[in-house]
Design a protein around this ligand. Sequence first.
Ligand code: GRF
Length: 193
Amino acid sequence: MTKRRTAILISGSGSNMLALLEAARNPSYPARPCLVLSNNPEAAGLARAAALGVPVAAVDHRPFAKDRAAFEQALDAVLLAHGTEFIALAGFMRVLTGGFVGRWQGRMVNIHPSLLPLYRGLDTHARALAAGDTEHGCTVHWVVPELDAGEIIKQVRVPILPGDDAAMLAARVLAAEHALYPVALASAIRQAG
Ligand code: GRF
């Protein structure tokens, strides 16, 4: 199949983005990264992607504080200018409206650091520890208007160990995310046809 032009949206360090870029170096991988886009012009992931020769862009969300739709129209303009056919959210920390999600539904996935449907939203590691869970994990899912609620594509379980604090657990889960996302994104693109 021809590679799907895939934009990766980030807000921070972009370690998941790097895992996807690495996987995409394989000629048989179904995604061709066409853009790394951030709402944060200072996102460290932008420089990391640029150093690998991937087109990067930032649409700062702060000037659009009162107009989320206008922010998303600016995102769309950049996405379309780069020929985007698929979107992988990778630590993108802005909530997307139903309008944007509707335009990309079926062509947009996200990675979330929990075993969805457990622990939608933020601070998942601390919440799992507080609940006394013995395992945690990460999930790649289709994006729908409801936050962290789309159909699950793949998820990986990660043990919670005695003495874990949120940072230790987050690091263990993040390593699992880096293994999971490339496989799940390929699966999603093949499912999308
Ligand atoms: C990851 O834990 C991801 O699951 C969550 O935000 C974090 C992003 O990390 N949505 P990075 O920017 O990919 O390093």
